[in-house]
Design a protein around this ligand. Structure first.
Ligand code: TXA
Ligand code: MG
Length: 327
């Protein structure tokens, strides 16, 4: 299959993408976090193609992307106060809400679960596409990150082309992603909200929005790369995920990294050091492209410095720890 390159600022191309999706096609779309591999969430056959192309186990549920809060509510059978507050506060943006599924969402999308994860992404071209899909009768765009299962998420259209060309119908090029890490996932089904995956909407941001409404936030058990049960927990939370093919080692301090570098080089190994930008926003935005670039240099080992476990640093650490976990 030849994969078409479409442009997110071209209205004709958005219409073309919408038509491909409604016909059951797969179109990769830009979001502020990472590129998603999209299919019409109302079409179980198209959704099945996502799993086939990614090589993703069918019990691993997909996020459904919609144009606004109103469309999000329709996907839920019990839209909670915490979901409403987070949607109002952070959408469009990198927050995803876990809510009970309504009958509108096929079980193929949720991997057979009675819950669904929903989000309104911030990219203008993708928002236009999502509105159009809604007008054409779709409940939303089911889209995991547009990479093969377990590999590094794409943050440019070029990354998607490198990974998935020939297997998908089109890529909508909307430029590089400005957040660069997958969205924060918040379980909004209970009395307290639970952060299932850290992202750019930080723990403090979630808790300050909810505190005004008297709702508490807790962290999921088993963070920092602990292994988890694949059937019970989302794959983005698997111990080894987001991984380059070169072995990656991570360090708490520069001194430890320099020491490890010396040790490896003494043994004749080719060492590639992942650049550590000055602030966490740059680190987040550039991390996946940097991991890909370093991986492409075919060293024996890659070394990276962990940011502090605070604010956006928590999400960066989470991805680096998973990328470095033993497979
Ligand atoms: O930023 C993002 O969230 C990107 C962009 C494309 O929106 N998407 C993304 O999708 O990271 P994916 O499929 O790579 O990760 C979604 C995570 C997975 O770990 C999945 O298991 C979890 O969300 N998830 C989705 N629905 C779920 C559900 N009903 N219950 C538990 N976990 C769920
Ligand atoms: Mg993913």
């Amino acid at each position: 299959m030849t994969t078409r390159l479409l442009h997110a600022e071209d209205h004709g191309d958005i219409e073309h993408a919408a038509q491909l999706l409604i016909a059951g096609g797969l179109v990769a779309v830009p979001t502020e976090t990472v590129y998603g591999l999209g299919a019409d969430a109302s079409n179980p056959v198209a959704v099945a193609r996502i799993f086939a192309v990614k090589g993703r186990p069918a019990n691993h549920p997909l996020i459904v992307h919609v144009a606004d809060l109103d469309h999000a509510r329709r996907l839920s059978s019990d839209w909670s106060a915490s979901a409403e507050v987070l949607g109002r506060t952070y959408w469009p943006g990198p927050a995803s809400v876990l809510t009970p599924r309504s009958a509108v969402v096929p079980l193929e999308v949720t991997g057979g679960r009675q819950t669904v994860v929903v989000r309104v992404p911030r990219h203008p071209g993708t928002l236009r596409l999502l509105s159009r899909l809604h007008d054409l009768g779709s409940c939303g765009l089911a889209a995991p990150s547009a990479n093969r299962f377990g590999a590094i998420s794409p943050t440019t259209a070029e990354h998607v082309m490198t990974d998935l060309a020939e297997d998908i119908d089109a890529v909508l090029d909307g430029g590089p992603c400005d957040v660069g890490l997958e969205s924060t996932i918040i379980d909004c089904t209970g009395d307290t909200a639970v952060i299932l995956r850290p992202g750019a909407i930080t723990h403090d941001a979630v808790s300050s929005a909810l505190a005004e409404h008297g709702i508490a936030v807790t962290k999921r058990q088993g963070q920092d790369g602990e292994s988890t049960d694949t059937a019970a927990i989302a794959p983005g939370m698997l111990r080894s995920h987001y991984a380059p093919s070169t072995r990656l080692e991570v360090f708490e301090s520069d001194a430890e990294l320099v020491e490890a570098r010396r040790r490896h080089e003494d043994r004749g190994l080719k060492v590639v050091v992942v650049p550590r930008p000055v602030d966490d926003f740059d680190y987040s935005r550039s991390l996946y492209a940097a991991l890909r670039e370093c991986d492409g240099r075919h060293g024996d080992v890659m070394l990276a410095l962990l940011p502090e476990d605070d604010g956006l640093g928590t999400a960066i650490r989470d991805r680096l720890l998973r990328a470095s976990a033993e497979r």
